[in-house]
Design a protein around this ligand. Sequence first.
Ligand code: ADP
Ligand code: ZN
Ligand code: ZN
Length: 732
Amino acid sequence: MPKLILKIALDVPLDRLFDYLSGGQVVKIGQRVLVPFGRRSQIGIVMDMADTSDFPIEKLKPITQVFTDELPVDAETLNLVKFSASYYQYPLGQALLSALPARLRQIAPAVSRKHYAYQLTDFGQMQTVEQIPKRQLVTRRVFAALRAESLLTEADLDAISSSARKAVKQLVSDGWAISKQVQVSIKLPEMPAAVMPELNEEQAMAVKQIVNDSQSFKAWLLHGITGSGKTEVYIRLMQHVLENKCAQVLVLVPEINLTPQLEARFRSRLSNYPLVSLHSNLSESERLRNWQLAQSGTARIVIGTRLSIFTPLPNLKLIIIDEEHDSSYKQQDSMRYHARDVALVRAKRLNIPVVLGSATPALESWHNAAANKYHLLSLNQRAVTAAQLPNIECIDTTKVNLQHGLTPQLIAALRLRLKRKEQSLLFINRRGYSPVLLCSACHWIAPCMRCSSRLVVHLGLRALRCHHCGHEQKIPNQCPSCGNADLHPTGHGTQRLEQTLAQLLPTARIARVDRDSTSRKDALVEILDKVHNQEIDILVGTQMLAKGHDFPNLTLVGVIDTDSALHSPDFRASERLFAQLMQVAGRAGRADKAGQVIIQTQFPEHSLFNALRSQDYVSYANAMLQEREQVQFPPHVFMALLRAEANEYQLVQQFLNHAFTLARELTNDVTVYDPIRPQMERLKGMERGHVLMQSTSRQALQNVLKNLVGQLRGQPIASKVRWAVDVDPLEF
Ligand code: ADP
Ligand code: ZN
Ligand code: ZN
């Protein structure tokens, strides 16, 4: 007797499941269904079945439809999302539906798992091209292709013409061709077997240890300097795991600009195995297709950004997290999960190994390694023997004359690279270096009306723009504060730096890489190709450039201005700066040419630069951990924020005061701090505030949060503000 009542997760901001009647339909757990909800229909996922309900049965409605053609989401994935929703204090239904590809949130069957292929009928075989009118060119070509190939998939048709599907349908209705359903599959590219470099001792040791212990859960921290061959270690591990029939591997990468190069490398080295990628640059149908290939077990390798941690993978045997310290693994809105942390939970539940790789591990991870929760493996040498670590020097900007923000030393070094036909990279930290509009008389700086931020000058657009809310306005003719007409941009944005360089070095071919210049889909790939083809001499850019790229002819890295991060109120700023500078420095001298790094700073003796000069992550990390212990910051304690925002700060304050009192009453094991305003007090016209809670016990913090959220939900005061809990926050 099938169970009568279905417990269904819906995309609504309520932390509960909804009861529906199965209405005689055969439904499995994890299946996608359509249900009536209020006056509308909603997509839901069946989480459970029962014989009883807390509601009177006669009030329950039957589900409308079951999408039986689709595989249900498996229990492992459902449980992982359940865990995450609970840990990050987010409604389960919203967590689950947002983890699915957008197509699966729409009220329509997701067709992509059913694919069609076409072949000629016996009748069609007897026809000739000449019988098709000449102007039906596409139909002629499709017919010819069917003759030659005997079976054409939809993808084959798309390759012929965008109207080929329409043409083939005509052939079907004329009885010349028939369609049949086929499985979606992945065509493996034909590639010559890639050469395998012989592993050096450290690499071989790392691979051996993990392989010997690959049958159960273990978290490995692979700490290797840039260019030490971490990726090569990943590849060997993957090869080993994939030899097992059906096994799947998930590789997480921080941001999308990393994927093209890394993806190409995995594809060529592991060409025997179907590989798909999952990231936000895919079209919705590509994303659905790749997700379903992962879910069905067809894809053996999945490379993806943070959201792919929730992809169903029935035979997952290994998780690799590249650049595990990267903050883009943390989602900054809706469910604020950290993909690395979720990956650890997933690996533990599946009893499989997880490998975290980085040149500058997050202090959390380093701490876990020190506590023997993670197993540390180190690669201390560059893999290409000829490649040496770059020489890093700091130039004191208070002691020299700057030309448009550049020191004579850096300009000379750039000239030398031009002469030698080598490449240079100039790195600007994105935050705080954008040019703002300054009044020379009264020092007024153009502010954003909606955010606590300054507007950024975009000379190309002749406009001021807010990088936080997108607000845009014309550059004013005079200062609104004192009437002075001498307003000029100050600060070095990437655009200004590009102009300055063009003046100083007129023969140099310069390319700029930032959010603006790479907003078009393939723009970044094109620039990178040019760099590889030696069509670019100087690259100017933000941290988008710091990661993962391998430019053999790049021998100079200049760091223009990072000083504000040295004195930031954010306690993680120096950790991030160190990681970033280690990474950019790692771009110099990757092949057989020695690299040079020039850092312009007012504080050349700062301990961060000392550690950087000796490329000594380990002592810097240990020193930072000690500092954090003294002041009781993470990873020595666990934190959570209750964030709130509203049109008026008064509402925020009322709400936070109320929450503060509630939280204080709940326990003594959690320290609850007074409500304060975040660094960005106002954002997109909303006034913001938060309450910080911290504890040495993760469990105690979790208990308070659960309780607090439960009490706050549904209270009138809580409906007047937008609020959210941020567990293990990275931004304050
Ligand atoms: P990482 O991921 O640590 O930055 P990579 O794996 O990208 O380092 O390796 C850096 C360079 O060294 C790459 O060009 C790679 O092909 C090469 N490489 C890696 N391992 C070896 C090895 N054992 N022998 C020769 N070259 C290697
Ligand atoms: Zn003024
Ligand atoms: Zn703004």
